[in-house]
Write a protein that binds this ligand. Structure first.
Ligand code: GRG
Length: 296
């Protein structure tokens, strides 16, 4: 399969659905809706929703059944980036090559746009007119994975520890806690949600979940490596910020070569979890390799 082509087609599918399902930019009050659209359509890779669709496919389900929840994952991801960029958190001026939300709309509207995106994610995931072919039990289970990954036991918990430990040297356990929650939880949930909606049996589900967890951690390690070695233009955001902020990162704790080895090992372990799956899991296989080689 051609991964670039697959990603392009899936991105188009997700973008079309997001445009259909979230309030239009000029809907009242336009300030908040404009801010939501600004960040949502700023050129993100759509990795999380694509993982949801690919996991549903690997589990033998239909991608269109997983599309609303796939969009929910992108909505949550976008909210987290808006809030992460705020002056009280990472204080960033640039995201995806554009000025950050609070720079354009002011802090209050940026916070509200993030809040609205998070809420919209659950509104969309629970809309009774969508996913009619999916049994209610599966929908609730998928919602459970989504909510847990986003909350204080997942992404918010990781972000909290990340912010509170800045400037102090973090040990390996703290670093793993931060990375598996802050970034890993939502990536693992993207796969878990797709697997549930796609109707995976218990064994397949466990393998897919483990694939998502390994991939999520590998993704954050490569993110650390990109901050240490990447190109600001390609990344669309400032680089070399982690050391100056005293951030807990893999390169800071283990050095670049060992961090690279760890990421590669995790991707190999993720791929091993897909051994029993047929060719419908090929997109997941290709995405895992892509995460290791990505430059943005
Ligand atoms: C504010 C509750 C709250 C959480 C924030 C996501 C996050 C937690 C912090 C962002 C810090 C950061 C840059 C982490 C690195 C991993 C990451 C989420 C990278 C951005 O994801 P991509 O590369 O972004 O998928 P695109 O732009 O492609 O959508």
């Amino acid at each position: 399969m051609n991964l670039a082509d697959y990603l392009r087609r899936r991105r188009r599918l997700v973008d079309g659905a997001l445009k259909r399902w979230i309030p239009a930019e000029d809907e009242f009050p336009p300030q908040v809706h404009k801010a939501m659209h600004y960040s949502l359509f700023a050129g993100g890779k759509r990795l999380r929703p694509i993982l949801t669709l690919a996991a549903a496919e690997a589990a033998g389900g239909r991608t269109r059944d997983a599309l609303p929840l796939a969009c929910s994952l992108e909505l949550i991801h976008t909210y987290s980036l808006i809030h992460d960029d705020l002056p009280s958190m990472d204080d960033d001026d640039l995201r995806r090559g554009k000025p950050t939300s609070h720079k354009v709309f002011g802090e209050a509207v940026a916070i509200l746009a993030g809040d609205a995106l998070l809420t919209e994610a659950f509104y969309l995931a629970s809309r009774p007119d969508l996913m009619k072919g999916v049994p209610p039990r599966r929908r609730i289970q998928a919602l459970w994975h989504l909510a847990r990954a986003a909350g204080s036991l997942g992404m918010v918990g990781g972000q909290t520890v990340d912010i509170l430990t800045q400037g102090r040297p973090a040990d390996a356990r703290t670093l793993e806690y931060i990375h598996t929650r802050k970034t890993g939880a939502l990536i693992a949930a993207s796969v878990a949600v797709g697997a549930v909606i796609g109707g995976a049996g218990l064994r397949s589900f466990r393998n897919l979940l483990a694939y998502g967890e390994k991939l999520g951690l590998a993704f954050q390690i490569t993110d650390d490596l990109l901050d240490a070695e990447g190109d600001e233009k390609k990344l669309g955001k400032a680089v070399r910020k982690d050391p100056s902020k005293g951030k807990a990162t893999y390169p800071a704790l283990y050095g670049i070569p060992e961090s690279r080895r760890k990421a590669r090992r995790l991707v190999e372990e993720a791929l091993a979890r897909l051994k029993s799956f047929d060719r419908r899991a090929n997109p997941l296989r290709e995405i895992a390799r892509f995460v290791l080689e990505r430059t943005n």
